[in-house]
Design a protein around this ligand. Structure first.
Ligand SMILES: Cc1cc2nc3c(=O)[nH]c(=O)nc-3n(C[C@H](O)[C@H](O)[C@H](O)COP(=O)(O)O)c2cc1C
Length: 206
C-alpha cells in the first residue's frame, strides 16, 4: 500500500467488533515499526501500556467518559511519555561514535536538567509522533484505530500504574471496524489555509 493509500484508508474508528483479540506476534510487528519513529536527541521518550484484559478495558472505559470503543476494541493502548527520558542518554549513546557521544551527552543534560516544562513538552511531542506511527503501522496490517484524549488522566494513570515520571499522552484504541464500516472522511481545511510559503503571512501554497 502506498503512503497515500494508507493515509486515505486510516480513519478514527469508534465502533469495533467486540470480542476480537490481537496476539503478541501481531503487536510485536506493529511496534517494531513504531520504534522507528524519530525523537529529539533520539531519546525515545515513549512508553506504551497495552490493555487487552476485558475487566481492565471496562475499568478504563469508566474513566474515559464511558466511551464504548475502549471496551469493544481488541486493545486499548495508552501512549505515554517519560519526563526523565533524558537520563537514559548515556545508555542510548553508548555505542555511538565518540565524537557524537561527546557532543550529545552534555547537550542533552544541559537542555533537560531542571527544565520540567521542556521535559513535559518533549514527552508529549515524542509520544504524539509515536501515536501517529502506531495508527499507520496498525492500518498497514489491517487493524483500525482511534486516537483519544477523552479520559481522566489522573485516574487512567492510577489504573494502569504509571510512575510519577510518566505522563499519559493519548489513548489509541485498536481493533477491527464493526461490519467493516469506515467512517466518512470529515472536513479538512484547504491546503492554502494551512500551508504558507516563507512566512505566515506569505502566499498560500497552491
Ligand atoms: C489528540 C486526539 C484526541 C482525540 N480524542 C478523541 C476522543 O476522545 N474520542 C473520539 O471519539 N475521538 C477522538 N479523536 C478523534 C478525532 O475526532 C478525529 O481524529 C477527527 O475527527 C478526524 O477524523 P479522522 O481521524 O477519521 O480523519 C481524537 C483525535 C486526536 C488526534
Amino acid at each position: 500500500m502506498s503512503f497515500h493509500d494508507l493515509a486515505e484508508a486510516r480513519h478514527s474508528v469508534r465502533h469495533y467488533q467486540p470480542g476480537l483479540t490481537i496476539d503478541d506476534a501481531a503487536l510485536q510487528a506493529i511496534f517494531a515499526d513504531v520504534l522507528l519513529t524519530p525523537s529529539s536527541f533520539n531519546l525515545q521518550h515513549w512508553q506504551f501500556v497495552v490493555v487487552r484484559d476485558a475487566a481492565r478495558k471496562q475499568a478504563l472505559r469508566a474513566v474515559s467518559y464511558g466511551q464504548q470503543q475502549v471496551e469493544d476494541c481488541a486493545a486499548a493502548i495508552l501512549v505515554c511519555g517519560r519526563l526523565n527520558a533524558f537520563e537514559d542518554a548515556p545508555r542510548i549513546y553508548e555505542d555511538a561514535p565518540e565524537a557524537l557521544r561527546a557532543k550529545a551527552l552534555p547537550t542533552v543534560a544541559g537542555a533537560y536538567t531542571g527544565q520540567p516544562a521542556l521535559q513535559r513538552e518533549e514527552a508529549v511531542r515524542s509520544g504524539s509522533m509515536a501515536a501517529m506511527s502506531l495508527m499507520y503501522a496498525a492500518k498497514a496490517r489491517g487493524w483500525d484505530t482511534g486516537p483519544m484524549i477523552g479520559f481522566d488522566a489522573a485516574k487512567v494513570s492510577a489504573l494502569l500504574g504509571l510512575d510519577a515520571q510518566t505522563v499519559p499522552v493519548m489513548l489509541v484504541v485498536l481493533g477491527k471496524a464493526l461490519n467493516d464500516q469506515q467512517p466518512a472522511r470529515l472536513y479538512r481545511r484547504p491546503l492554502g489555509e494551512v500551508v504558507k510559503l516563507e512566512t505566515q503571512d506569505g502566499p498560500a501554497l497552491g
